[in-house]
Design a protein around this ligand. Structure first.
Ligand SMILES: NC(=O)c1ccc[n+]([C@@H]2O[C@H](COP(=O)([O-])OP(=O)(O)OC[C@H]3O[C@@H](n4cnc5c(N)ncnc54)[C@H](OP(=O)(O)O)[C@@H]3O)[C@@H](O)[C@H]2O)c1
Length: 195
C-alpha cells in the first residue's frame, strides 16, 4: 500500500488514518446495491451466501468493529474474530465482544493484542453499518466493497466512494447461484478527496 503523509490528508482525517507504525490499517467492508442500499429493517436486504463466505475469509483472524445496531442484527460474536462494538450506552454488555464509546477508541483497542493472541493487529475491519462507516471513513485506508449489480429497496445507504480519493486495485466479477451479478472491489485511498 502506498504510504500517506498526514499533510496529504484532509484536516478531518489528519489525526485518524492509520500510521502503520502505530495503528492497524483500517479497512471498510461493505456490500452495496447499485442504488447505494446496504440495509433494510435492521438487516441485510439480500441473501448472498457467496458474499458471506468472502466476508468470513477476509475478516478471519482479525478484529472487526461494528455499530451497535449491526451487532444486534448479527446477534452474536462471530467465531475466529475479535468483535468490538461501538456504542455510547455504557450500560450495555456484549457477550463475547468488547465495547468502545467511539470509533477512535475501537481502533485503539484493535491496535493492541487482546485475550486471543492469534488475532492480528496489523489490519482492522470496520463492518458497518451506515453510521459506523460514516464515522470511520476519514480514518480508512482500504475499502473492500461488494458491488451488487441491481437496485434494492432499503432504508440504510452507503455513498459510492469518491473517485478523487479512492482507486481500485482489484476487481473480481462473480455471479451468485441465484443469478445475481456482483463484484468484489478492493479500493485503496490514494488521494485526499472530500471525506
Ligand atoms: N451491507 C452491508 O455491508 C452492511 C454492513 C453492516 C450493516 N448493514 C446494515 O446496516 C443497518 C445498520 O446500520 P445503522 O447505520 O442503522 O447502524 P450501525 O452503524 O450498525 O449502529 C449504530 C449505532 O452504533 C453506535 N454508534 C454509531 N456511530 C457512533 C459513534 N460515532 N460514536 C459512538 N457510537 C456510535 C450507536 O449505538 P448506541 O445507540 O448503542 O449508542 C448507534 O446507534 C442494518 O440494516 C444492517 O443490516 C449492512
Amino acid at each position: 500500500m502506498p504510504s500517506r503523509s498526514a499533510a496529504a490528508l484532509p484536516d478531518s482525517a489528519a489525526a485518524g488514518p492509520s500510521d502503520c507504525a502505530t495503528r492497524p490499517r483500517v479497512t471498510l467492508v461493505v456490500a452495496r446495491a447499485r442504488n447505494g442500499v446496504i440495509g433494510a429493517d435492521g438487516g441485510l436486504p439480500w441473501h448472498l451466501p457467496e458474499d458471506l463466505k468472502h466476508f468470513r475469509a477476509l475478516t478471519m483472524g482479525h478484529a472487526i468493529v461494528m455499530g451497535r445496531r449491526t451487532w444486534d442484527s448479527i446477534g452474536r460474536a462471530l467465531p475466529g474474530r475479535r468483535s468490538i462494538v461501538v456504542s455510547r450506552d455504557e450500560t450495555r454488555r456484549f457477550e463475547g465482544a468488547e465495547r468502545a464509546a467511539s470509533i477512535d477508541e475501537a481502533l485503539e483497542i484493535a491496535s493492541r493484542p487482546g485475550a486471543d493472541p492469534s488475532i492480528a493487529t496489523d489490519e482492522v475491519f470496520v463492518i458497518g453499518g451506515a453510521q459506523l462507516f460514516a464515522a470511520a471513513l476519514a480514518r480508512a485506508d482500504r475499502a473492500v466493497v461488494t458491488e451488487i449489480d441491481r437496485d434494492v429497496e432499503g432504508d440504510t445507504h452507503f455513498e459510492a466512494l469518491d473517485s478523487a480519493a479512492w482507486s481500485v486495485v482489484d476487481r473480481r466479477e462473480r455471479r451468485a447461484a441465484d443469478g445475481t451479478r456482483f463484484a468484489i472491489v478492493d479500493y485503496r485511498r490514494t488521494g485526499a478527496g472530500e471525506d
